[in-house]
Design a protein. Structure first.
Length: 358
């Protein structure tokens, strides 16, 4: 029977035969490309990330290109990937890295990466291991699941006790040789074999030392966090105001949901229309048609949002736009950072979804 000491060897042997070796950030595996990919992979599957990563690299091939880019352009290329704080942090981190010596802008150790915004211990470890081949450990959600099951680590993964235990195991298993491949291998194992539901234990290279598998308790690990209070539901109204082929967009506050992105203006549901519109610079005499479309629900991590779209078509553009810098008239295909909800809102609705309001 295999011993736990050769955990990494078995994982690497499995990866050599079955692992993913055609991911774009693996060719070439430079610090910049690995860093961008690791930030994109936080909370997002590799299959989704690939197209975003390739577009991002085409637009910003170096850290200096990213540092010099307009944040709107960065957010535009991030549109649809979600968790937009990642893009803002990436951009800010690039600016800081660009101030370092041009020939060597990237830290080589975990502590150096963790000083940058948006980089935690696991992301820093993943970059250092893959970009420099230095021994560093990772503990992303996939790795947490493998280790929690393999060692039957008690407690919710988010608890500090479980975190400490999991990091100990992560460090113990990290090999000295082939650390870059091991990092990809253990992530792949969690993503493709030790899946959150229906793990494929028969295909797993560490099955014979897996404590949860030995007792048939794969589904019990990792332990779940204590039940949170019921998801709350919010309702907000979004004004899609158009004139010709232009649409009015508002820049959202940097902090908060969809921070820094452009969106149709959001207003409280109980604010009267004839008060909202003038505040947005709309002359009521130019309103040709107002329609309320069917609401739709958008899920965030902690709550659901019922989006109530109101379409307002104007006969002509206002002479001036109130609120100045936070409002702009744009074409639908302008290169601006838009959330998936904003894209859905400004896509011309089907008439069947509209209920004309007085
Ligand atoms: Fe996960 Fe099953 Fe492998 Fe254990 S044997 S690590 S539960 S896939």
């Amino acid at each position: 029977m295999a011993t736990d000491d050769d955990f990494a060897r078995r994982v690497l042997a499995w990866w050599d035969r079955h692992g993913r070796k055609d991911l774009p950030w693996q060719h070439p595996r430079t610090p910049y490309r690995v860093w961008v990919s690791e930030v994109m992979l936080q909370q997002t599957r590799a299959g989704t990330v690939v197209a975003y990563f390739e577009r991002f690299m085409a637009a910003f091939p170096t850290v200096h290109d990213l540092a010099n880019a307009d944040l709107d352009h960065v957010l535009h290329l991030w549109s649809g990937l979600g968790y937009y704080a990642r893009a803002r942090n990436l951009h800010e981190a690039a600016r800081r890295l660009a101030e370092r010596p041009a020939t060597d802008p990237f830290p080589r150790d975990v502590a150096g990466w963790m000083e940058l915004p948006g980089i935690g211990r696991s992301t820093a470890g993943a970059v250092v291991a893959q970009a420099f081949g230095e021994r560093a450990s990772i503990l992303d959600a996939n790795v947490r699941r493998v280790l929690a099951r393999h060692h039957k680590v008690a407690g919710a993964s988010s608890s500090s006790h479980a975190q400490r235990t999991l990091w100990c195991w992560a460090e113990q298993h990290t090999p000295v040789q082939r650390v870059a491949d091991y990092t990809q291998a253990i992530m792949d194992l969690g993503a493709t074999v030790c899946r959150s539901t229906k793990p494929m234990c028969d295909a797993c290279p560490v099955q014979d030392t897996c404590a949860a598998h030995a007792t048939g308790e794969e589904a019990q690990f990792p332990h779940r966090s204590p039940r949170k209070s019921a998801r709350r539901l919010e309702r907000r109204r979004f004004f899609v105001i158009t004139a010709g082929d232009l649409v009015l967009l508002e820049k959202r506050p940097a902090n908060g949901v969809w921070g820094g992105l452009w969106s149709p203006p959001e207003r409280r549901e109980d604010e009267p229309l004839d008060e909202c519109l003038p505040r947005l610079g709309v002359e009521l005499a130019t309103v040709a048609e107002t329609t309320h479309a069917a609401p739709f629900r958008h899920g965030f991590s902690h709550y659901d949002l019922d989006v109530l779209p109101v379409y307002v078509h104007l006969t002509r553009l206002p002479a001036e736009v109130r609120d100045g810098v936070s409002l702009r008239w744009a074409r639908r295909d302008d290169a601006l950072g838009l959330s998936a909800v904003a894209v859905k809102l400004i896509t011309p609705p089907q008439r069947s979804l509209l209920e004309t309001n007085p």
